[in-house]
Design a protein around this ligand. Structure first.
Ligand SMILES: Nc1ncnc2c1ncn2[C@@H]1O[C@H](COP(=O)(O)OP(=O)(O)OP(=O)(O)O)[C@@H](O)[C@H]1O
Length: 506
């Protein structure tokens, strides 16, 4: 057997050499399973914008959205296009060519009476939803990316998205669209990030997106709350760019400098996390543990499995073992035998992230040169022990057994940063063979995610409580089963934060 090592093995060697410096000879610790942290729980998932029932006639997509669970969204009163989906409650539609307020987009033969009563119902529903939404711990943000070079060259591509202020955008439906032709659809979110023209005042760079969506999650993680941030959107809409940024440019940050301007949410989050840990190390002892896995064709692969990467022969793809999901009676679903690694510095964490990213399944499609073909879930678990109390109170001895018990309180919080694979139209993404199989699996799990979110939102429409008959299809995909603790707990007043991308596509 040759002694040559694969790039992944080289990275692991580099990392282990580096880690030995910081941890001593043992390097990183591997623990299994990475169970779901209980932590303290928070309020309610009440509002879940999802893809609108009426699609804008955009022949390009430009949008990427995030949400996290902190804001108290203020839904705008919606107009007359009654459509009982969660997103419709946050949408108004205005005709470009008419000031009439009684137009129902879904029905071109308007009946004034019907419209008026629909509007009344809608107002009542909006009001009741409003009161529930105010309790929400979820925020939803959208990021609008610039057209890329290939899109600019296509004559059929025009910019149909306009951003208005910090939380509203409109999409103009083209003349060839369905009944909504000529209309502009307005959408309100907690945040809208305009990332197209750096010369514009409201231009949002990577730092602005991080500061508005992920940074607040660090505060709450230190309070012991769990948090989840996920990026959702059509293939090529900029999810990986927003979550990870351009890799390899961020090495300066390893020496304590600020992250590179192109660094995405995940590296910025980790960098800020360790900055905070340094700032509170007199009062808190913080242990950080990371795990990273992907869901590819409904199979789970550990992206940080050292044994698998090291066992691989040089120049051959790593044979990855699929891991199973089991359900713990208290902590819920978890991945069996998923490795978790202790890290004590940003550079150690970045190395693990680089190992994981190098093992992620990507491929070139007509829509994206480096398209993620899997959902990736990066988990950070914080164990926070309060050191501020006077040392004499910290220990209690059991005289019978002679043991000494620590009375120091430890809080545990888990942050999940999720980069979902993009939904795609097989005909547009030019997929074939293996890519089709991946695309089908991606679309299916994203569809289930939409169904789960819609079911949770629907169950809250009446009276704020789920009815016993509400069926939430978590188990229809591995993704929703594993994210259940984030999504389900939100339903029972306990989710912490969720971030979501919203897709606007033709
Ligand atoms: N805000 C942005 N500014 C500049 N370029 C961007 C921006 N967002 C995305 N891009 C570029 O668009 C391309 C596609 O982005 P990315 O790979 O992040 O899409 P994706 O949504 O993750 O796609 P997929 O679901 O197929 O993995 C990349 O070349 C990326 O650099």
């Amino acid at each position: 057997m040759s002694n040559k090592s694969t790039p992944v093995q080289q990275r692991i060697h580099q990392f282990q050499a580096r880690a030995r410096g910081s941890f001593g000879a043992s390097g990183s610790a591997t623990k299994t399973p990475a169970t779901v942290a209980a932590g303290l729980r928070r309020k309610v998932l009440t509002r879940t914008p999802k893809r609108s029932a009426e699609k804008p006639a955009a022949d390009q997509l430009l949008n990427t959205a995030f949400s996290s669970g902190i804001a108290t969204p203020k839904p705008r009163p919606t107009a007359l296009n009654a459509c009982y989906t969660p997103s419709s409650l946050y949408r108004k539609t205005t005709p470009c060519h008419s000031s009439s307020s009684s137009i129902n987009i879904g029905n071109s033969h308007n009946n004034a009476k019907k419209s008026a009563s629909k509007a009344k119902d809608k107002d009542a529903m909006t009001e009741s939803f409003h009161s529930v939404a105010e309790e929400s711990n979820m925020i939803v943000a959208v990021r609008v990316r610039p057209l890329n070079a290939a899109e600019c060259q296509r004559a059929s591509v025009t910019n149909v998205v306009q951003v208005h202020g910090n939380n509203e955008l409109s999409v103009h439906a083209g003349s060839s669209a369905d009944a909504s032709a000529g209309f502009s659809h307005f959408f309100s979110y907690d945040q809208v990030y305009y990332s197209c023209d750096p010369d514009r005042k409201n231009y949002a760079d990577q730092l602005a997106v991080f500061a508005g969506t992920a940074q607040p999650l660090i505060d709450t993680a230190f309070e012991g709350y769990n948090a989840c941030l996920f990026a959702y959107g059509q293939t090529g809409s900029g999810k990986s760019y927003s979550m990870m940024g351009i890799e390899g440019l961020d090495d300066a940050a390893l020496d304590g400098n600020a992250p590179h301007v192109e660094a995405g949410i995940i590296p910025r989050f980790c960098h800020e996390l360790f900055r905070r840990i340094d700032a509170v190390k007199q009062q808190l002892q913080v242990e950080v543990e990371v795990s990273y896995f992907e869901i590819y064709n409904e199979k789970i692969h550990d992206l940080l499995s050292v044994q698998q990467a090291m066992a691989a022969l040089p120049d051959t793809p790593v044979q990855r073992q699929a891991l199973k999901v089991r359900e713990h009676p208290i902590f819920g679903p978890y991945v069996v035998d998923l490795s978790a690694h202790s890290v004590d510095s940003y550079s150690a964490l970045r190395n693990w992230l680089a190992v994981g990213n190098s093992q992620r399944a990507t491929a070139s499609t007509a829509m994206n040169d480096k398209s993620s073909r899997s959902h990736s879930i990066f988990n950070i678990v914080l164990n926070l022990t309060d050191l501020s109390s006077d040392g004499s109170d910290d220990m209690s001895s059991d005289t019978d057994s002679g043991t000494v018990v620590s009375l120091r309180q430890t809080r545990r919080s888990k942050i999940s940063l999720v980069d979902l694979a993009g939904s795609e139209r097989i005909s547009v993404s030019g997929s074939n063979g293996e890519r089709i199989r991946e695309g089908v699996s991606i679309n299916k799990s994203l569809l289930t995610l939409g169904k789960v979110i819609a079911a949770l939102a629907d169950s809250r429409k009446v009276g704020g409580n789920a009815t016993p008959s509400t069926f939430v299809p978590y188990r229809e995909s591995v993704l929703t089963w594993l994210l259940r603790s984030c999504l389900l707990l939100s339903k029972v007043a306990s989710v912490d934060f969720v971030v979501q991308m919203l897709e606007i596509m033709s």
